[in-house]
Structure formats: structure tokens, C-alpha cells
Design a protein around this ligand. Structure first.
Ligand code: FDA
Length: 306
């Protein structure tokens, strides 16, 4: 219930305007977001790269103006040049959202998003790294997978995300478990109807394990994106000697991130940066009721903001 309310708030312009005006909100946001600019992204990337890998995400989604989509491409080109210049490209890739690259534009949205993402893939290849395409709500799954297939013709190492809460995902994992296929498996962060998605936590976890088995038996490169301790253990057991990586979000369970890295596991941290933090931040609140309490306490000034 709380999760559904928060996820609809993540798309509300009114809630967004309120949150963006409150200075205390920004202080709480800093737990999950590296900062507003490219320098912040590079600074955090450098810190993490000492023991972990990184995926940088320039925040933004649901773009309805072509110029904004073009500005997003430019932002990725800039950060990719910086990764190359600073010798960080071997430790960091970028994650992109197709809705930030024009997919929702009224005319030729998918075509524009494909061409924009292609430009980012080319910039990533020139810098010596690659791109993973995030997954958004279920109405966009087919379009995302079609665009990723098209990108892979020229950039075969382009990765994408599959969401275990969707009932279709076990079959998608089988389709995408071919040689070289980079698949990030996550639970899923949107509020999806029971017609297409498992709604109970136990069902989502069981689906995650089934999907993991398909990916681990396949010929691709599984990217295990979860903070769930049970799933982290199961992935380690299923993998045996298979090459794979764990992924977690910036600011969430950093102790576990460091422990896995110290054990010699590949551990990648998804690091968002930029000014368009609102929907991403509200999805993080929705994942854990304690985050909402922390946020409300900070708002009420009942404790110092970290
Ligand atoms: P779960 O939510 O059950 O959390 C397990 C434990 O982790 C919690 O008990 C808590 O300790 C900790 N935890 C989890 N979330 C927390 C939070 N917000 N704050 C504090 N503690 C938290 N989704 C999507 O739909 N499309 C996408 O492209 C991506 N991309 C993506 C990339 C990466 C690298 C990660 C790690 C995740 C995503 N996600 C995503 C988000 C994903 O779908 C999911 O919403 C979150 O990872 C939370 O699910 P967990 O698997 O961590 O389990």
C-alpha cells in the first residue's frame, strides 16, 4: 500500500515541486545520489573504484522534449570522456534510461531513443567501456528489449536489465542467455499490476531464483543486482566458477558491498548523479519503510540530517 502510494508520488509533478523546494530533502537525497554534477560523479567513482566497479547513471526519465534528450546524450558523452581522461574507464560503465533519451516523444520516440543510445554506445566504446540499458515499467519491456537487440548488432556488449517480478522474465532470461549477453537481474522497482507481475515478496524472490538459474546455466554474463542477503548467497552458490558480478545501489548496504569486494567478488555500484533525482529517490523510499521514517524525521528536524 505505502509502496504503491510512493511510486505514484514518484510521477506526481506537485509532490516533485514540493520536495525539490525543501532544502532538508536534498540533504537526505545525498545518501542515494552522488551529487548534481559530473565532478561529483567522477569523485565518487574514483573513491569506489579502489575496491569496487561502478555504473554511472545520469539522472532523468520521462523526457518529453527532444532538446532535453539531446542534452542527456551530451551529458553522457561528457562523463565518458572524463572516465577515459581520468583512467577510470576500465572500472566504470554507464547506465541509461530510454525514457530519458526520447522514447516517450510523441513522434518517432523509439527511433530517436535508439539513435541517441547508439551515440552513447559509440562514445562508451571510444572511451573503452560500455552501456547497460535500464528497464522501466512493464509497458516498455518489449520496446527496451527490441532496442537493445538493435544496439547489439554494432555494440554486442550492450547490457540490459530484466525484472524478476514480471511473470514473463524467466522466458526473457532464456532468450537473453546467449554468448556475451550481459543481463542485470533485479527484482523490479515499479508498481505493476497482478496481471503481469508477482506481487508477494516471496513470489518475487522465488522468481528471482528461477531466473538466476537460467542465467547461470546460460552462456552470458549474469549481473546479480540485489541487496537481499539470501539471494546474494544463492547466487554465489549457483555460480560456482562462472564469471558474474554482484551489483548494488549507491548508499545501500555499503558494508556488504565492501565485504563482498574484500572476498574477491566482482561488486559493481550503481551511482546516480544529476539534478533530476526526484523519481529515483522516491523509488528508493518505496523499497524500505524505514527510509520513509528516516526522511520524515529529517523533515521534522527531529534528528540531524546526515
Ligand atoms: P529488497 O527490496 O527485498 O531489499 C533487501 C534488503 O536490502 C532490505 O531488507 C534492505 O536491507 C536493503 N535495501 C533494499 N532497498 C533499500 C533501500 N532503498 N534503502 C535501504 N535499504 C534497502 N529496478 C528496475 O525496475 N529497473 C532497473 O533498471 C533497475 N536497476 C537496478 C540496478 C541495480 C544495480 C540495483 C541494485 C537495482 C536496480 N533496480 C532496478 C532496483 C531493483 O529492482 C529493486 O527495487 C531494489 O534493488 C531493491 O530490491 P532488493 O533486491 O535489494 O530486495
Amino acid at each position: 500500500m505505502l509502496r504503491s502510494v510512493l511510486i505514484s508520488a514518484s510521477r506526481s509533478a506537485r509532490c516533485r515541486a514540493l520536495a525539490e523546494r525543501a532544502p532538508v530533502v536534498r540533504a537526505v537525497v545525498n545518501r542515494f545520489v552522488a551529487g548534481a554534477g559530473v565532478d561529483d560523479a567522477i569523485r565518487v567513482c574514483r573513491e569506489l573504484a579502489a575496491d569496487r566497479l561502478v555504473s554511472l547513471d545520469h539522472l532523468g526519465e520521462d523526457t518529453l522534449e527532444r532538446e532535453q534528450a539531446t542534452a542527456t546524450v551530451d551529458a553522457y558523452r561528457t562523463v565518458l570522456r572524463r572516465l577515459d581522461d581520468e583512467g577510470l574507464a576500465a572500472r566504470a560503465e554507464v547506465s541509461v534510461k530510454l525514457s530519458a533519451l526520447g522514447r516517450a516523444l510523441p513522434v518517432d520516440g523509439e527511433k530517436i531513443a535508439l539513435e541517441n543510445t547508439r551515440l552513447i554506445c559509440a562514445a562508451a566504446a571510444a572511451a573503452g567501456t560500455r552501456v547497460t540499458v535500464d528497464m522501466e515499467d512493464h509497458t516498455t519491456t518489449d520496446s527496451t528489449l527490441a532496442i537493445v537487440r538493435a544496439l547489439r548488432v554494432d555494440f554486442p556488449d550492450t547490457g540490459t536489465v530484466l525484472q524478476a517480478y514480471l511473470k514473463r522474465t524467466e522466458a526473457d532470461c532464456a532468450d537473453f542467455a546467449g554468448p556475451g549477453s550481459r543481463i542485470r537481474l533485479c527484482k523490479g522497482a515499479y508498481d505493476e499490476p497482478a496481471s503481469v507481475a508477482f506481487r508477494k515478496k516471496s513470489e518475487v524472490a522465488a522468481s528471482y531464483v528461477r531466473c538466476l538459474k537460467v542465467l547461470m546455466r546460460g552462456k552470458g554474463y549474469p549481473m546479480v543486482a540485489t541487496h537481499d542477503p539470501r539471494l546474494i548467497d544463492i547466487a554465489g552458490e549457483l555460480a560456482g566458477r562462472i564469471d558474474f558480478e554482484y551489483q548494488m545501489l549507491y548508499g545501500i548496504r555499503p558494508d556488504v558491498q565492501q565485504r563482498l569486494a574484500a572476498q574477491g567478488r566482482k561488486m559493481r555500484v550503481y551511482v546516480p548523479y544529476g539534478t533530476e533525482w526526484y523519481p529515483y529517490f522516491v523509488r528508493r523510499l518505496a523499497e524500505r519503510p524505514a527510509n520513509v521514517a528516516f526522511f520524515l524525521r529529517a523533515l521534522a528536524g527531529a534528528q540531524p540530517v546526515r
